[in-house]
Design a binder for this molecule. Structure first.
Ligand SMILES: Cc1cc2nc3c(=O)[nH]c(=O)nc-3n(C[C@H](O)[C@H](O)[C@H](O)COP(=O)(O)OP(=O)(O)OC[C@H]3O[C@@H](n4cnc5c(N)ncnc54)[C@H](O)[C@@H]3O)c2cc1C
Length: 395
């Protein structure tokens, strides 16, 4: 079978793969983007709201703007987070304000389907070859190439050859395993329950988060209008209980857990569930391979940073490849090392911060509860420390 040759093959067309593909193609490389799911823009449906939403940091928004995707997001489907109120389980509060940091917003809430629809035109405009509906079934390595085999579509299997293969295929990455990088995501024993609600009162662009005594973390994120999207990261038993509730009872439970800060809640979507896991890798590169996004790192969603880290990977890899100078080969070890070095520190810092918070606010003793609440109150009184803590999430 004759392989189709590319400079770069990106295995996985989630948000990170969709952003990376045009960023690399614009540096003059031939790029293919492959996924087992169809790679197409979802049908717009103004009457409904996607329950998968992301808090996009100002740093990620700048990257998406450079790709032309941010401008394509309909303004009435994106909500700025202008302030954030975090409550501990023993009365402590911590507030962050975009105004205090000199930012227009701490982050922007956007739906997954809107982000996909905004990224896809850039993929086609940049001349990326797109292959959807093609699960990966084989991977072999040569000195100068990686060869990825796709499941047969009709008669024959298809092979793509790349000087650089990028694994962008999510937390349980097939590519990572096939490359022999052994690392199992470590379950948190928690499931995130997500759903959207209409609310009785205006949210004024304020995101709210409660670290609760039962070890769960509840976040309310503003959507445009009087709507919110929630992420309730709950121990398995509580998550199962929440998922079994009728939509109206779940709305009542969510409203009560948030002290009815926005009045009564009305369900807009059924709840969806995402099991949570931490993934730490010894290295995000190997021979002719770079991992990006959740394939390279898994973080707890309490800081809403997973896809932002992934966009950071995409931006860094594209910058390193664009600045390759006399190095013609995009899979050259010198470039991969440079990419790995550039991402090691921000990824480690975000993993340490989110994992530390998830553990600190897990089920605990009363003295630990007092200590962490005292810590929150202390941070709230120190504007410079608050700014230092917020910087990695903003950028
Ligand atoms: C509840 C929850 C809330 C979150 N909220 C936020 C937030 O507010 N902000 C934020 O930054 N992050 C958030 N995250 C994290 C975010 O969802 C992930 O970091 C992000 O979706 C990862 O994108 P990705 O493109 O790396 O991987 P994925 O989205 O997992 O995409 C992987 C792609 O690879 C394809 N694929 C996988 N295996 C194969 C195979 N064998 N063959 C062919 N194709 C394959 C899949 O079809 C998929 O298209 C949240 C996560 C959860 C669980």
């Amino acid at each position: 079978m004759e392989a189709q040759r590319y400079d770069v093959v990106i295995a996985g067309a989630g948000l990170v793969g969709l952003a990376l593909a045009p960023a690399l193609a614009r540096t003059g490389l031939s790029v293919a983007l492959v996924d087992r799911a169809p790679i197409a823009a979802p049908e717009p449906d103004p009457a409904t709201w996607d329950s998968r939403v992301y808090a996009i940091s100002p740093g990620s928004a700048t990257f998406l703007r450079a790709l032309g995707a941010w401008q394509r997001l309909p303004a009435d489907r994106v909500a700025p987070i202008e302030a954030m109120r975090v409550a501990g389980d023993a009365g402590a509060t911590l507030t962050f304000s975009a105004f205090d940091f000199g930012e227009r917003a701490l982050a922007w809430i956007a739906e997954e389907r809107a982000l996909r629809a905004a990224l896809l035109p850039g993929v086609f405009e940049a001349g990326v070859t797109v292959v959807g509906g093609a699960p990966f079934v084989g991977l072999i390595w040569g000195a100068d190439e990686a060869r990825l085999t796709l499941a047969p579509d009709g008669e024959e299997a298809r092979e793509l050859s790349a000087r650089l293969l990028v694994g962008a295929d999510g937390l349980r990455s097939w590519v990572r395993t096939a490359a022999g990088i052994v690392a199992e995501p470590r379950p948190y024993g928690q499931t995130a329950v997500v759903a959207n609600f209409a609310c009785g009162l205006a949210h004024h662009g304020i995101a709210r988060q409660w670290f609760r005594a039962d070890g769960s973390v509840l976040a309310w994120l503003p959507l445009p209008g009087r709507r919110i999207s929630i992420v309730w990261s709950a121990p398995e038993a509580l998550a199962a209980e929440l998922l079994a509730l009728s939509p109206a009872t779940l709305a009542e439970r969510v409203a009560a857990a948030g002290d009815r800060a926005l009045g009564e809640l009305t369900p807009l979507t059924p709840p969806a569930a995402f099991p949570l896991a931490l993934l730490k890798l010894p290295a995000a590169i190997a021979h002719r391979l770079a991992l990006v996004g959740d394939a390279a790192h898994g973080v707890h969603p309490l800081a809403g940073q997973g896809v932002n880290l992934g966009f950071g990977d995409a931006r860094a890899l594209a910058q390193v490849v664009a600045a390759r100078g006399p190095v013609a080969d995009p899979g050259a070890p010198v470039l991969l090392d440079r990419y790995a070095r550039r991402r090691a520190e921000p990824v480690l810092a975000m993993q340490a911060a989110t994992d530390g918070l998830a553990r600190l606010f897990g089920p605990s003793t009363p003295w630990l509860s007092s200590l962490r609440n005292a810590g929150m109150t202390a941070v709230d009184r120190l504007p410079l420390l608050k700014r230092a803590l917020a910087q990695p999430a903003l950028r």
